[in-house]
Design a protein around this ligand. Structure first.
Ligand SMILES: N[C@@H](CCC(=O)N[C@@H](CS)C(=O)NCC(=O)O)C(=O)O
Length: 198
């Protein structure tokens, strides 16, 4: 199995955390990838030009992160990160929520990287507000993140960490004491301390 990754993407980090939680870290070949580099051939693997992507031994390529995480958990984890019955859909919804909060932060950051005169402050505010509302909902749903790790908890933790990393002027956990307390504990897991961005 080949894992197309880089060291700063929060979506990549989700997959890395899942690999460690499932004891698969050493079973994959990691390929450092610049998703913008067409010449590397990466676009043949993922035409969307985004990491993470995951190549199976038969050559099939999986993307994007929710698909890769679900595949890893189902085929190698016995589904223990995904939940069963009704809980499965809650975990998927909260995972999507965490991904959406990250996406808001990502779009805001991309806007700030455009030439100053071309940036839209209203667009940046809108995207950051999406991320904030996402964290509000995660704060209200913290009971479903607690306990044994699940895919929503992994997404939430990677999202909180990345928002703090890329939007460090905002205190993302301020006013969210339940989420802050839960995150402080989760961030100490070896799967998190072993995958710090950089
Ligand atoms: N929905 C995708 C999002 C992946 C994504 O946005 N990856 C970013 C890095 S965080 C990327 O590769 N962007 C392409 C670029 O930087 O040009 C997933 O969950 O895997």
């Amino acid at each position: 199995m080949r894992f197309y990754w880089n060291g700063t993407s929060p979506f990549v980090r989700k997959v890395s955390v899942v690999l460690i939680e499932l004891g698969l870290w050493d079973a994959v070949e990691r390929v450092q990838t610049n998703p913008r580099d067409q010449a590397s051939g990466f676009w043949d693997r993922n035409p969307l030009a985004k990491v993470p992507a995951f190549e199976l031994d038969d050559g099939q390529v999986l993307f994007d992160s929710p698909v890769i995480c679900a595949w890893l958990d189902e085929t190698h984890g016995g589904g223990r990160l995904s939940g069963t019955g009704e809980r499965r859909w809650r975990i998927q919804t909260l995972s999507a929520l965490a991904d959406g909060a990250i996406e808001g932060g990502l779009l805001a950051r991309q806007e700030t990287m455009r030439p100053e005169g071309e940036q839209s402050p209203a667009w940046i505010d809108k995207q950051l507000a999406i991320a904030q509302r996402g964290l509000d909902r995660l704060d209200a749903s913290v009971a479903e993140l607690a306990g044994e790790p699940n895919l929503a908890a992994i997404g939430a933790a990677c999202g909180i960490a990345w928002l703090g990393f890329r939007h460090s002027r905002i205190d993302w956990l301020q006013g969210r004491p339940r989420l802050a307390e839960w995150y402080a504990g989760f961030a100490e897991r070896p799967s998190m301390t072993g995958t710090l961005p950089g």
